[in-house]
Design a protein around this ligand. Sequence first.
Ligand SMILES: [Mg+2]
Length: 243
Amino acid sequence: MASTPIVTMSTETNVSPVVSPAVPLSTETKVLPSIETKIPSSTETKSSNPIVSVAFEKITSIKEIAPIIEERFKHLSFLPRDQFNLIAYGGSVLACDVDDMVFMNEATRQFCITGLLDGVDCKVRGLSKKIGDDTYTLCEVDTITEICNLEKKGMKIIFVTRRGKASEEATYQQLQAFGIRAPQVWCTAGIPKGTFVKEKLPGLDGGLLFVVDDEESNLQTYVSDTAYRSDRVVLLQYMTYTN
Ligand SMILES: [Mg+2]
């Protein structure tokens, strides 16, 4: 039976993750590392902080997002498809990272490839486009199609990037150049992503916030006392490289 380590982390200090003994997982439980994060509370001392478990799933393809959404709402699968979509997709939001999630700066990708096994990027990438002074490459052939399909089913898509505010227009144009018609872009400019999104999107109207990001440290910011409760978000770590 497959097993997965549990990683314990604290948001208070930059300590290295501690890997505890592996626990068995059923074959149905695709998930993956469970992170226990200490969340500071305004009414509690550091020594009595509650521990909030933040689990996230690793995905290697953007095509895995829709099945994960379907799974989360499988208790409603008896509904006619249009009603199911209205609740599962129409009531949910996808906070989608941009760099190394939708597309990659080609110069950065070439640099990263040198550190990969045998110096080869094993993933099949999508279109490359020169936009301004730089060339960008879609992380996958179907990246844009998949995002548009989620949107067509009613999902609200927000592109959340740590780029500076001044990059908002450029990011918009880059996404548009690849075929996203009217992307909603939020540049957090250094503010933790979860805190930033929570401020702009305080209520989820009973729906779920799906987050996809290649950086684990960004995912962690979505569950805290300034962001969301762990049961309101579904965190997906996108593995940009598979080797
Ligand atoms: Mg990224």
